[in-house]
Design a protein around this ligand. Structure first.
Ligand code: PHE
Ligand code: CO
Length: 285
């Protein structure tokens, strides 16, 4: 998640380097922290088996990090070998431009602190469980990994163009809350869902939310809610679709969208391809 809010941030920002990175200080986690990690992991493990996309499940098995809070240095050996990405430790949310610079250089910032036990089911700010469990397995997929780097480069450009709000909606509706079609029905690749105990079944099973075919400009024009389950999810066919749709220069898209009223999170438009009960809409042959 990008750091729109710079007030009241949790985490110790006093010892960070200029790029906001810190040492993970793995030895500093207590047994209570590791125990909380194990409980979060165990709860989520059974849920992702039913609702996560295959690349996530494959990476999860390969990583096998359910025992203790993972050491980033251990994970980096595997991640570098797979997709040339690496993890960097950060105190918490970082400013947008800092975040984009890391992604553009294939570095994924992971928060070092873990939530409190009473935040087991719900947490507002991303902690190590969200950042790690939700985001890191997807970085093992080569196409998604390239998409994340492109997003970082695009973020640096959007910053110059004053278009971060539009671009952030794309991150929200893909990297955090994206759904994907599979032969076994809809699955998720979004970290906000993958690390959530409740939304992970809701996003696939509930009759309430809209599930709409991926549409880049539509997404960049759609507001989102950060404190409830999503009212709308966007569905990709595969990661190639995501990568290819976002390859063009966004400058003319931003020009077109600027000044237009954003769509509400709950909006359904005449042009939307709406999935009924998880079934893909008919497409022209
Ligand atoms: N192609 C986008 C641009 O020119 C960059 C981008 C790539 C943004 C992938 C998001 C995801 O701004
Ligand atoms: Co996130």
């Amino acid at each position: 998640m990008t750091g729109e809010t710079q007030h009241n941030l949790r985490g110790d920002y006093s010892r960070m380097r200029p790029d906001y990175t810190v040492d993970q200080e793995w030895g500093g986690y207590g047994e209570d922290a590791h125990d909380l990690w194990r409980r979060l992991y165990r709860r989520q493990e059974s849920l992702v088996a039913r609702y996560a996309c295959d690349p996530f499940m494959e990476a999860l098995a390969h990583l096998d990090f359910g025992q203790d809070i993972p050491r980033f240095t251990d994970v980096n050996a595997k991640l570098r070998a797979a997709t040339r990405w690496e993890l960097v430790a950060v105190p918490g949310l970082v400013p947008d431009l800092v975040f984009f610079e890391h992604l553009a250089n294939r570095r994924f910032p992971v928060t070092v602190w873990i939530r409190k036990p009473e935040e087991f089911d719900y947490i507002v700010e991303p902690d190590i469980f969200h950042d790690f469990f939700g985001h890191v397995p997807m970085l093992f997929n080569p196409v998604f990994a390239d998409y994340m780097q492109s997003y970082g480069r695009g973020g640096i450009k959007a910053h110059e163009l004053g278009a971060i709000e539009m671009l952030s909606r794309l991150y929200w509706y893909t990297v955090e809350f994206g759904l994907i079609e599979t032969p076994r029905g809809l699955r998720t690749y979004g970290a906000g869902i993958l690390s959530s105990g409740g939304e992970i079944s809701y996003c696939v099973e509930s009759p309430e939310p809209n599930r709409i075919g991926f549409d880049l400009l539509r997404i960049m024009r759609t507001n989102y809610k950060i404190d409830t389950y999503q009212e709308t999810y966007f569905v990709i066919r595969d990661f190639e679709q995501l990568f290819e749709a976002t390859a063009p220069d966004f400058t003319p898209y931003y020009d077109e969208l600027r000044g237009r009223e954003p769509h509400a999170p709950s909006a359904v438009l005449a042009t939307d391809k709406v999935y009924q009960r998880g079934i893909a809409p008919q497409r022209a042959a």
